[in-house]
Design a binder for this molecule. Structure first.
Ligand SMILES: Cc1cc2nc3c(=O)[nH]c(=O)nc-3n(C[C@H](O)[C@H](O)[C@H](O)COP(=O)(O)O)c2cc1C
Length: 166
């Protein structure tokens, strides 16, 4: 069956937007009708059968998603929801940070239970940040790069319709 799926994302530097685009493409290739949009551009949820939300982690928090969930709390509760976070935690070798951030997608829509969650590795490009950010990131050189695992992202997307009951 063809489902209408919204992939709504927040982003500061664009890497989460590209992941949302890849998820949208994968869902589309399965025959679904997909809209990929920045969260702040989303005006209504009525026309969608399922919602995928994605946001990057900055300073231990997913940005943008709290506001979105607050705005659409009731509508969201009536639909299957999946949530992904993007950050450098997966490549940090810091197990506590990985554990903490693995819980963020679920926590972001609580008390609603998401059908599926993921924490994907993102991008750190010091060129895109100001002087202080460059200094911060520069302290850990191994954390600079594009760590996005497109195969893992596509695999997660392929499982979504089944998990979301679409
Ligand atoms: C100032 C700053 C703070 C960050 N804080 C975190 C963090 O707490 N946890 C994490 O996993 N990643 C953190 N990151 C990495 C970002 O989540 C990563 O760069 C992500 O790909 C950014 O997404 P965007 O391009 O969509 O904005 C941080 C990056 C910057 C520049």
């Amino acid at each position: 069956m063809t489902a209408r799926i919204l992939v709504a994302y927040a982003t500061k530097k664009g890497s989460t937007a590209e992941i949302a685009g890849a998820i949208g493409k994968e869902l589309q290739s399965l025959g679904h009708e997909v809209t990929v949009k920045e969260m702040k551009e989303v005006m209504a949820l009525e026309k969608y059968d399922g919602i995928v939300l994605g946001a990057p982690v900055y300073m231990g928090k997913m940005i943008g998603i709290g506001k979105f969930v607050k705005r659409f709390r009731e509508r969201l509760a009536a639909k299957p929801v999946a949530v992904f976070a993007v950050g450098t935690a997966p490549v940090s070798h810091d197990q506590k940070q990985i554990d903490d951030e693995t819980r963020l997608p679920s926590a972001s829509v609580a008390p609603q239970q998401p059908a599926s969650t993921a924490l994907f590795a993102g991008v750190v490009d010091p060129e895109k940040f100001g002087f202080f950010m460059r200094k911060m990131v520069g302290a850990e050189k191994s954390m600079v790069g594009d760590f996005r695992d497109w195969e893992a992202i596509a695999a997660w997307a392929r499982d979504l319709p089944g998990k979301m009951g679409l």
